[in-house]
Design a protein around this ligand. Structure first.
Ligand code: NAD
Length: 459
């Protein structure tokens, strides 16, 4: 039987805010801390600030009941037994994870510890971070018996973050103390014991089954490595299928057929075998780099990861070559771009391959009219509107009189274009699809010159 626990979550971004809302949904009391005053004020006022399914309704339900927002970490440390650190761990110039935000939070927590606390690494961090956190807290005068550091990596995907958090494939708890492990087990009990899924209003998962997730208890270091290894493996799978797609193009084969043939092998599985313009987002690029860097520092040759990165960079250049081969010269061409987010269903543009490609096209002298259902506001901060870079308020406006249409993000609505209308709207019926959203035969039948990734172009 689960009971309500006082939890602090430090950092109210994609991970922290989702974790806070989901802990509340699981019945816990949560204090959500961020040092960005404007963010805290917006959250207090009911604005989630990020595009994620279910977040607005959860915020509305819990913001004045089970969840409180504050900038005051001292108060949160005082009141809560578990403190989740969910601040950013961006890539530094050397490729390492920049852990300065984690360190800042750890030393501030240390200044306010007066009773036993479990400090939980929710941010993605390299192996040994738990020992550094422990050292920082001890250096601030806190006795070793007063706290434990636990690793509880997060595997949610942006776009389906709430459903993923509440229906995880597994919950990993890396703890070197039974007392800390027991607290984490109690926090996740509504999920692992299945009580949450019996609620009538429970949020559904992305897959049809709602079997309680297993909680895997490991050493702290193993848990830290599990997160980096998981993301590195997923990135590797994407780069692998992208390399296969290049081979398919050279051999005039069809990567969709090949991916299906590979994925039906239960040892491989069908997921993450979709070719495209390369992986992006706030996690894969930085986590692959950080994992490679950790291996290097420990004298382990993991150059496989450098190849993963090399293929990923190459994939964007290949797409640019495709645009060039469809249009001959690029200077002065007007291109409609569908999609700026790093993937569909999110407004996140961090390390988005779509943004990289738009930058490359602008550098080639093209003009771009872009449309994205959720990411345009964030994109505009990176790519300011100008005569060369314009933002459209819908797909038709983007396509009007364009020399070609490029699909760069796999938003569901981009897979449902009115092809007859599109043909009439574009100046030339050319579509270059970086996400393989259409059947080449259908596009040919609608009169398009259609190029995609790893599939024969029908002429
Ligand atoms: P984010 O940038 O969206 O959010 C981080 C938040 O931390 C920001 O709101 C920032 O203001 C706040 N912050 C920074 N320093 C602080 C401090 N000293 N005190 C209080 N708040 C502070 O980042 P994110 O995408 O939520 O990622 C957080 C961590 O989770 C990263 O390590 C990331 O790798 C990991 N992660 C992210 C995802 C994802 O899909 N975004 C998935 C799994 C894991």
């Amino acid at each position: 039987m689960s009971h309500s626990i006082q939890i602090a979550v430090v950092g109210s971004g994609y991970v922290g805010l989702v974790a806070a809302m989901c802990f509340a949904e699981m019945g816990h009391q949560v204090i959500c801390v961020d040092n960005d005053e404007r963010k805290v004020a917006a959250l207090q006022g009911g604005d989630t600030l990020i595009h994620e399914h279910h977040l607005p309704e959860l915020l509305e339900r819990y913001r004045n009941t089970r969840v409180r927002f504050t900038t005051d970490l001292a108060e949160a440390t005082n009141e809560c037994s578990a403190i989740f650190i969910a601040v950013g761990t961006p890539q530094s110039d050397s490729g390492d994870a920049d852990l300065s935000y984690v360190e800042a939070v750890a030393s501030e927590i240390a200044r306010h510890i007066t009773s036993y606390k479990v400090i939980v690494e929710k941010s993605t961090v390299p192996v040994y971070t738990n020992e550094w956190i422990r050292r920082v807290i001890e250096r601030n005068g806190v006795n070793r018996e007063m706290f434990d550091v636990v690793s509880n990596p997060e595997f949610l995907r942006e776009g389906t973050a709430v459903a993923d958090f509440l229906h995880p494939d597994r919950i990993v708890v890396g703890a070197d103390s039974e007392r800390a492990a027991a607290l984490l087990s109690a926090i996740y009990a509504p999920l692992t014991e299945g009580d949450y899924y019996k609620n009538e209003g429970a949020i559904a998962g992305c897959c049809s089954t709602s079997a309680p997730p297993p909680l895997l208890q490991t050493s702290t270091k193993s848990a830290e490595i599990i997160k980096h290894a998981s993301n590195a493996f997923l990135a590797l799978k994407i780069s692998f299928i992208n390399a296969v797609s290049n081979l398919c193009e050279a051999a005039d084969a069809n990567v969709e057929q090949v991916a299906r043939g590979i994925g039906l092998d239960s040892r491989i599985g069908p997921k993450f075998l979709r070719p495209g313009i390369g992986y992006g987002g706030s996690c894969f690029p930085k986590d692959v780099a950080a994992f490679r860097s950790v291996a290097e520092q420990m004298g382990v040759d993991f150059s496989l990861l450098s190849e993963v990165e090399k293929i990923n960079v190459g994939q964007k250049k290949r797409f640019l070559s495709k645009v060039r081969s469809a249009l001959w010269t690029l200077r002065g061409k007007k291109l409609a771009v569908l999609g700026l987010a790093f993937k569909g269903d999110t407004d996140d543009i961090r390390e988005s391959p779509a943004i990289d490609l738009v930058e490359m096209l602008l550098a080639e002298g093209c003009s771009v009219v872009a449309y994205d259902p959720a990411a345009m506001k964030r994109a505009e901060a990176e790519l300011p509107a100008s005569a060369q870079m314009r933002y459209a308020s819908n797909i038709d406006e983007a396509a009007a009189d364009a020399d070609a249409l490029l699909i760069l993000t796999d938003w569901p609505e981009f897979a449902q274009l009115d092809l007859r209308k599109l043909n009439a709207t574009l100046r030339y019926p050319i579509v270059i699809d970086g996400r393989n959203l259409y059947d080449p035969n259908v596009m040919f039948d609608h009169g398009f010159t259609y190029m995609s990734v790893g599939r024969p172009t029908i002429t």
